[in-house]
Design a protein around this ligand. Structure first.
Ligand SMILES: [Zn+2]
Length: 420
């Protein structure tokens, strides 16, 4: 057996295929038959089986490495997949057969145990990159919405004490490099080289193994929250309300009032629940892209730069301050975001709970129709968050009213740093 664990003293810097030796598990991206498409094999214990660059678990692969290095985890430990199957089966949808529609996740990622049972039984280390489970949500704002009679208890979607029944899916990224390059309008060679260089040479196979087309990037993935009948999501005859939300720990979890993230997220959940209760479905996509994918350290530096600048924190200088610190205004690059919608088989979103023009353009540009755009209700916007809201409206955010004028932007001012 080759899975004999780490071999001390033997460091494999990069794997080269033997002369003319093909990859053991070739991948035909976009093939709708899993046997032809092939499994995603990111094992670190059987190098000969690998057909991807990187390893499973995104950034958590580094915690796994710490667990192995400290002796807490046996490196050849394999997941026991008994009873881990999805609670509902998604797909296959026609989009799965389009190699260009989905390039940043594995559409078969939740079906590994079923589709590749024979290979798993042979000892091939194939891991799910998607998991689908059920949950009940207790959200204080929604319990208040029931007391305020905006939401009603139906015993099915909204349970007796105001808890909400959902299906949720966690999705780890799997990048098909030729498709990613095409989305960003760069050559695959340039993309691979830049990924290699900008990670400090972390993944040499990006440049030494052009025959490997898949990459498991060390970044966060996505979580989907589904309200109502999941079969309604891909059925254009039934209504779908959807919010695509980018992570904001400060507001989402801690209730910080400098932005509208949590109020808009909770409003999105409320709208999704209402759609589900009316016989359609609701979907919240939560993307791990903290601080516009620039991270929280950058975000907090920007907050200080905004609050301390001459003239105070104004909507007029909002984007400028981010750019000063980070070099860009935004690194979320919504080009990859619609992939998960295509994975779900979505062709139309009836109510899109987002004001972001970047998200709207990415989704409609990928061929999904959007009906109504739902802005955040004005009474949910914290006063300190008006700086961000007005700046974004001026920059192209969807708003049913006229966008703010230059003098409005100069007049919209946030709390000074001394007053927290
Ligand atoms: Zn926020």
């Amino acid at each position: 057996m080759s899975d004999s664990g780490n071999r001390p003293g033997h460091i494999r810097l990069t794997s080269h295929p033997g002369a003319g030796a093909p990859v053991r598990f070739p991948v035909t991206w976009g093939a709708v038959d899993p046997a032809i498409r092939g499994p995603v094999v990111g094992t670190v214990t059987r190098p000969g089986d690998r057909n991807t660059i990187g390893s499973h678990g995104g950034s958590y692969s580094l915690y796994r490495a710490l667990a192995v290095s400290s002796g807490a985890l046996n490196p050849i430990q394999r997941p026991d997949l008994t009873n881990t199957a999805p609670v509902v089966d998604f797909g296959p949808h026609p989009q799965w057969a389009d190699a260009k529609a989905i390039v940043s996740l594995d559409p078969f990622g939740h079906r590994v145990a079923a589709d590749f049972a024979d290979l798993l039984a042979e000892g091939v280390d194939i891991r799910p990159t998607i998991a689908v489970t059920r949950a009940r949500l207790t959200v204080v704002e929604l319990q208040q919405a029931i007391r305020d009679q905006r939401l009603k208890v139906d015993g099915d979607i909204v349970r007796e004490h105001g808890d909400i029944s959902v299906i949720k899916a966690a999705v780890d990224p799997v990048w098909y490099l030729p498709g990613i390059a095409e989305r960003f309008g760069v050559s695959e060679e340039r993309l691979r080289r830049t990924l290699f260089e900008q990670t400090g040479g972390m993944y040499p196979e990006l440049v030494t193994r052009p025959d490997l087309s898949l990459f498991l990037p060390p970044i966060g993935g996505q979580t989907l929250y589904i309200f109502g009948d999941p079969a309604a999501i891909a059925d254009p005859r039934r209504r779908l309300t959807c919010r695509v939300h980018d992570e904001c720990n400060g507001s989402d979890v801690f209730g910080s009032d400098i932005c509208t993230c949590r109020p808009y997220l909770v409003h999105g959940i409320e709208e999704c629940v209402k759609e589900a209760q009316a016989g359609g479905a609701g979907l919240v996509v939560y993307n791990r892209k903290e601080g516009r994918a620039l991270g929280e350290v950058t975000k907090f530096l920007v907050y200080n730069a905004r609050k301390r600048q001459e003239g105070g924190d104004t909507a007029a200088k909002y984007f400028e301050r981010t750019e000063c610190v980070a070099g860009v205004q935004d690194a979320r690059f919504q080009q990859l975001m619609p992939d998960v919608l295509h994975w779900l088989g979505i062709t139309r979103i009836d109510r899109f709970v987002s004001m972001s023009d970047m998200k709207y353009d990415a989704i409609t540009g990928s061929g999904i129709e959007i009906g109504e755009r739902v802005p955040i209700p004005a009474d949910l916007i914290p006063i300190d968050a008006m700086v961000e809201m007005e700046a974004k409206k001026a920059a192209g955010y969807f708003t049913p009213e006229a966008p703010p004028r230059a003098e409005d932007l100069r007049a919209t001012r946030g709390r000074p740093i001394e007053e927290y």
